[in-house]
Design a protein around this ligand. Structure first.
Ligand SMILES: [Zn+2]
Length: 43
C-alpha cells in the first residue's frame, strides 16, 4: 500500500491554463491561474 505522502507526491500537478506553469495545489483556492497570471490581471 502507498503511504499518504507517496499518494500526494504522485498526484498530477495543477497547471495554470494561462501560461502552462505548474502551480501549487491550494485546497481552499477557487482560482485557476497561477500567482503570476493573477498579478498580471490586477495591474
Ligand atoms: Zn499562469
Amino acid at each position: 500500500m502507498m503511504s499518504p505522502v507517496e499518494f500526494f507526491r504522485n498526484l498530477p500537478k495543477k497547471v495554470c491554463p494561462e501560461c502552462g506553469e505548474g502551480m501549487h495545489e491550494q485546497a481552499e483556492s477557487y482560482l485557476m491561474e497561477c500567482d503570476r497570471c493573477l498579478s498580471k490581471k490586477e495591474e
